[in-house]
Design a protein around this ligand. Structure first.
Ligand SMILES: Nc1nc2c(ncn2[C@@H]2O[C@H](COP(=O)(O)OP(=O)(O)O)[C@@H](O)[C@H]2O)c(=O)[nH]1
Ligand SMILES: [Mg+2]
Length: 470
């Protein structure tokens, strides 16, 4: 009705009034070309208050190279501690660990406690990468009193890992599912529902908890309705019995979503989709390594050609996994890169081709065209492929992940979901919502940034982890 009042765009808004740090963050999320400048503005206009959020987004978007020329600006506005920290992140990304460590040593002296913590935490992580576990551990120990709330879990997991490596604890080298789901388990707090009478308050509280853990409104309603019915039907008075039923029900729901990657043809093509920062490239890297270790020859196609850094990042993973990569220049037509990759697979007779893509969902029309074009090229050269269209979702985004999945399902058939970053999120209940609402198999879950941190989704294990200790 008011069509003539064109909604002011975020950029126009910021041009008029740049002093809106949170909005700069938002712009960085929405527009990857503008991201470096927007991140710096978020930092500057918040006078450094948003350093943690900016660092996190920088890591998600991996726009390190584009940020580099802006370091002097950070220094002019906020001083050398802030500039050194971000310069350190850039050097760390490039693999210059020693140089990064020196830069973090400077930012560590910042009067901003968060910046100082982040710097020291990065230093510990570099020590660990360098194999200096004892130093890493000592650095963490010194930080114990100053861990910001949002880092508590990550911090304790890291500390524990180091304790295991140093033999200070029983050995268990990889992060278990159980550990990864700790925050979700706490959000659910199912143990506090034990030994209670089953009454209205009980149902209401349980409902609230499920929603808090991002199980989703609809799915929660279904679950609670089911429990109410059963309680009535079977005259259940003890909450323990009811929790048993809840566990059963969750297991049933999740078993419907179990699925494995379909790699039966030679070659099999896996097309990987998802919005920026959800973990596509990382997941591809981990998957490539696992497939290679199981004896398959794997090729990666760098069809996220939007930014040079995205191509570079996939190259780093290809190297780590020890697989071949086919790439083009920044800005090349993604379908052309895929075509080249296919020719390479044909020539060498590889088993699996994994295609990385850019996921700019805010330009849906264009994204749809791009995906369809890539699919056409694949289908023409390898009939019946891609066998897998894998949608990557970030568990941290909670219900937003469900909306993303809906949007992608409108664009194309999705054959499976890879749910990343289940480690350290309190929103792990999203697994249940994804499963119940979308009915797409969850084929992989990411529980860390390391090359080994990708697992098949095991519903039994997942449910056990949610109820553990409760
Ligand atoms: N903690 C954690 N971080 C992850 C996981 N998967 C990816 N990441 C991180 O998420 C960020 C974005 O990943 P990236 O693969 O570049 O996302 P893309 O834009 O979808 O390709 C990087 O910093 C990754 O290290 C995971 O399972 N757990
Ligand atoms: Mg990527």
């Amino acid at each position: 009705m008011f069509g003539f009042f064109k909604r002011k765009s975020l950029e126009d808004d910021l041009r008029e009034n740049p002093n809106q740090p949170e909005k700069w963050l938002k712009l960085a999320e929405e527009n990857e070309k503008k991201a470096p400048e927007a991140l710096v503005n978020a930092l500057i206009f918040s006078r450094g208050e948003l350093v943690e959020q900016v660092a996190k987004l920088l890591k998600n978007l991996a726009v390190y190279r584009e940020l580099e020329p802006l370091i002097p600006k950070i220094e002019d506005e906020l001083g050398k501690e802030y500039a050194s920290f971000f310069a350190g992140m850039i050097e760390e990304y490039k693999g210059n660990l020693q140089r990064a460590r020196n830069l973090y040593d400077v930012s560590r002296n910042s009067p901003n406690g968060v910046l100082s913590f982040l710097s020291a935490y990065r230093i510990a992580s570099i020590y660990e990468k360098e194999g200096l576990e004892e130093l890493a551990y000592k650095t963490l120990r010194d930080l114990e009193g100053s861990v910001p709330e949002s880092y508590r879990l990550e911090f304790s997991v890291k500390k524990r890992e180091l304790e295991e490596k140093l033999g200070l604890r029983g050995s268990k080298l990889f992060r278990s599912f159980k550990e990864g789901l700790k925050k979700t388990r706490e959000a659910l707090g199912l143990s506090s529902f034990r030994g209670r009478t089953v009454d209205e308050v009980f149902f209401e509280e349980l409902e609230e908890r499920l929603i808090l853990a991002d199980v989703g409104v609809r799915t929660t309603m279904d679950l609670i309705d089911y429990l109410r019915q059963e309680a009535k039907k079977r005259k259940i008075k003890s909450s323990d019995e009811l929790l048993g039923l809840l566990k059963e029900r969750l297991r049933e729901i999740l078993l419907n979503c179990r699925g494995e990657l379909n790699l039966s043809e030679k070659p099999s093509v896996i097309l990987v989709l998802g919005v920026n920062g959800v973990g596509k490239t990382t997941t591809i890297g981990k998957l490539a390594k696992q497939l290679k270790d199981s004896g398959l020859s794997v090729v990666l196609a760098a069809a996220d050609t939007f930014r040079a850094a995205a191509i570079e990042q996939l190259e780093v993973w290809a190297e780590r996994a020890g697989v071949r990569i086919v790439k083009g220049q920044e800005g090349t037509d993604p379908a052309a890169v895929v075509f080249d990759a296919i020719q390479s697979v044909k020539a060498k007779g590889d088993d699996v081709l994994i295609v990385d893509t850019a996921g700019r969902l805010h330009n849906k029309e264009r994204l749809m065209k791009e995906i369809h074009k890539i699919k056409r090229v694949i289908g023409r050269e390898f009939p019946g492929q891609p066998a897998e269209i894998l949608l990557v979702l970030d568990a941290n985004t909670g219900q937003n992940a469900v909306s993303q999945a809906r949007a992608f399902k409108e664009i194309t058939d999705v054959t499976g979901i890879a749910l990343t970053k289940l480690d350290g999120t309190a929103k792990g209940g999203i697994v249940v919502a994804i499963c119940n609402d979308l009915r797409v198999p969850i084929k992989l879950v990411g529980i860390g940034e390391g090359i080994e941190d990708l697992r098949k989704f095991d519903p039994e294990e997942f449910v056990e982890a949610l109820f553990e200790g409760g």
